[in-house]
Design a protein around this ligand. Structure first.
Ligand code: ADP
Ligand code: MG
Length: 635
């Protein structure tokens, strides 16, 4: 989906879009631009005073010697106005200094404005990017190369920020300065300007060749940076795995290969970009000599005065400085635009469609005490689905009808699954690894949409139910137990945001997790590092079950939720489980047959279809897959 190439494909489109984002802060932007103009104009104007200075005050002094007049004496005479000549010169110097001061002040204001603008736009972009990612379809988010998104949040944002804060002012300022100087130069002396432009034209091919090289490597540098970031992230997160598998050398080698590629491109990008600087600098010095010679010849022939030549040469330097600065910025700008394009590509993925119009009413996540988990919660508050034709009571009947689905086109994982789970029924889903059990659950949760068939809740197609309501009605304990970085209490509150400490302990007791939470250093307030890596896998699963229990949804799905819990603990919590499951519709995937034996019905998934379905007793009598599994377990 996202291209590896780092060249912006739609340069002007991306730039326009960025400008639109920046335009939101137009007052700051316009003021900054005005400041840049004032700053450039003030420098150009200040420099212009060199001409009267040379012509009126220096040229008359040529050949004269001021006897016994030290610099200090001369200056004090000038300040007292005693010496007409020097006081005039001092006035011009003060004017020049004044203009340079104005220029510096304008430049300071401009830089502050651009810094605040850059950070503001980055803030907006980060917020929007994160918001969008959360609302996009899962497959669109997961199809991004690993680490690409992180790289967008870090490297791409960084280079964009750099561009707005630094490169953009350079470019605007440089263009304004160059144009102002050029106009002033033409006003000063047309023929000298033509000589200078001719010299510049000779430099252009060399500059453009170097700029192209630099841009190419800057583009590759960005891609390498993205790859390196994602590798570094993966390796730092899997330190334990790397050490236990003894793959330090492989990790080191893979990392150093990527690092070397980054080095190569970063080095070349910088080398070429500095090359432009040096070459432009060198060539401009040769140009300087040529223009100076031409200017001197013209002054000697009387077609111009020395002051004009002096100020022209000063402008010559001021003209090349922004020009070389700008060439240095081009590769940065292109990298930033390529980054912006990647960010926009993510932003442009359509948000997940939620055309569900049916919502769950009378169902609030229960507050303080509520009916949570207590056996008395018989639903007399009668939550219901609010449909056009009136209210449909929430019973928790789950129907799958002829479900067909594949992650990759042409490779179907589910090939027609039909199953109805009655309200309050516990159904166990069994099948070999890769049979598609987790996939069924993902479809029920609408993380993916089926290619064929339908899923209904209480007779209502899930596509018509607003996703938020669906996720209130169905709670899943996923196969990969992931907890968030935060305290135990914060993690449990993802299930029930307003639960107080007492309720949290009640939930923990219910799933049998209280015994280990009590022994944690700070109990409920213990921090879970890096998604709970300071807990055992089983403890994480218990907390994950507790989080689901806290949400108190009528339909509970457990995906191999007890696979890492020991038999002893499982037995201990099995009663609690019975209570947790009572009155709820439960779909449970479990490896351990003891968990499955208590189910009302067992469904065996094989080859994308339901191979067997019935009560445990029936399946044993049928002597099929389940029977064989039971015997295998006994061996
Ligand atoms: N995100 C995915 N993209 C592509 N294929 C997937 C994805 N998730 C699962 N699969 C494939 O779908 C099949 C069923 O997977 P899954 O439902 O996770 O099996 P299990 O029964 O072990 O839970 C497997 O062959 C797996 O490789
Ligand atoms: Mg699975």
């Amino acid at each position: 989906m996202s291209k590896k190439s780092n060249r912006p494909e739609n340069l002007s489109g991306t730039a326009r879009r960025l400008l639109r984002m920046t335009w939101k802060y137009k007052i700051r932007l316009i003021t900054a631009c005005l400041c840049m103009m004032v700053s450039s104009a003030a420098v150009v104007r200040g420099t212009y005073y060199l001409k009267p200075m040379v012509n009126n005050y220096f040229v008359p002094l040529i050949g004269q010697t001021i006897k016994d007049a030290s610099f200090v004496k001369a200056l004090s005479a000038a300040v007292k106005g005693g010496d007409h000549l020097l006081s005039g010169a001092a006035r011009i110097l003060i004017l020049m200094a004044g203009f340079y001061l104005v220029s510096s002040a304008a430049s300071l204001i401009e830089s502050q404005l651009m810094v605040s603008l850059g950070n503001q736009v980055m803030f907006d972009l980060r917020t929007e990017l994160y918001d969008r990612v959360l609302s996009q379809p899962l497959d669109a988010v997961l199809s991004q190369p690993a680490g690409a998104l992180i790289s967008s949040f870090t490297n791409d944002m960084d280079s964009l920020n750099n561009m707005i804060r630094r490169s953009l002012p350079y470019l605007i300022n440089g263009t304004v300065t160059c144009l102002t100087i050029l106009a002033t130069m033409i006003g000063l002396h047309v023929r000298l300007t033509l000589v200078m432009l001719a010299c510049t034209c000779l430099m252009l091919p060399v500059m453009s060749w170097l700029a192209k090289r630099s841009m190419k490597h800057a583009a590759a540098r960005q891609v390498c940076m993205m790859e390196l970031t994602s590798k570094a992230r993966e390796y730092t997160q899997s330190q334990e795995l790397i050490r236990t598998l003894g793959m330090e050398d492989t990790a080191r080698q893979q990392f150093s290969e990527k690092n070397a590629r980054l080095f190569e491109h970063a080095f070349r990008a910088d080398a070429f970009s500095h090359g432009i600087f040096c070459v432009t600098n060198g060539l401009s010095r040769i140009g300087y000599a040529v223009v100076l010679m031409a200017g001197s010849a013209m002054a000697l022939s009387g077609s111009t005065d020395i002051g004009t030549v002096a100020v022209f040469m000063q402008y010559y330097n001021s003209f090349y400085k922004p020009l070389t600065d700008m060439t240095k910025q081009i590769s940065n700008v292109l990298s930033a635009l390529a980054g912006a394009e990647r960010i926009f590509r993510v932003l442009d993925v359509e948000p997940e469609k939620d055309d569900g119009d049916i919502v769950l009413t009378g169902w609030e996540k229960p507050v303080s005490g509520g009916n949570t988990l207590s056996a008395e919660s018989d639903g007399s508050g009668s939550p219901a689905w609010k449909t056009e034709d009136g209210m449909v009571p929430l019973r928790g009947e789950l129907t799958l009808e002829e479900l067909v689905f594949g992650y990759i086109p042409g490779k179907q994982v589910l090939r027609g699954i039909s199953l109805t789970i009655q309200p309050g029924e516990t159904v166990a889903l069994l099948g070999t690894t890769g049979a598609g059990k987790t996939t069924v659950i993902s479809l029920i949760n609408r993380l993916y949409e089926p290619e064929g068939g339908s899923i209904r809740l209480d007779g209502i197609p899930v596509t018509r139910i607003r996703k938020e309501s669906l996720r209130h009605a169905v709670t899943t304990v996923p196969q990969d137990t992931s907890l968030f970085t935060g305290t135990v209490a914060e993690n449990l509150r993802y299930g029930k945001p307003d639960a107080n400490q007492e309720e949290l302990w009640k939930i923990l007791r219910l799933v049998g997790a209280d015994f280990f939470v009590e022994h944690l250093p700070r109990g409920l307030d213990t921090m879970l590092d890096r998604g709970g890596e300071n807990l055992s896998q089983g403890e994480r699963q218990l907390l994950s079950i507790a989080r689901a229990a806290a949400s108190d949804a009528p339909i509970l799905i457990l995906d191999e939720a007890t696979s890492s819990i020991d038999t002893y603990t499982e037995r201990k919590i099995s009663q609690a489980f019975d209570r947790l499951m009572s009155g709820r519709t439960v779909l449970v995937i479990a490896h351990r047959l003891s968990t499955v034996q208590n189910a009302d019905r067992i469904v065996i998934l094989d080859g994308g279809k339901i191979a067997e379905c019935g009560t445990p007793g029936e399946l044993i009598r049928r002597k099929g897959y389940y029977y064989r599994l039971l015997h295998a377990d006994e061996v």
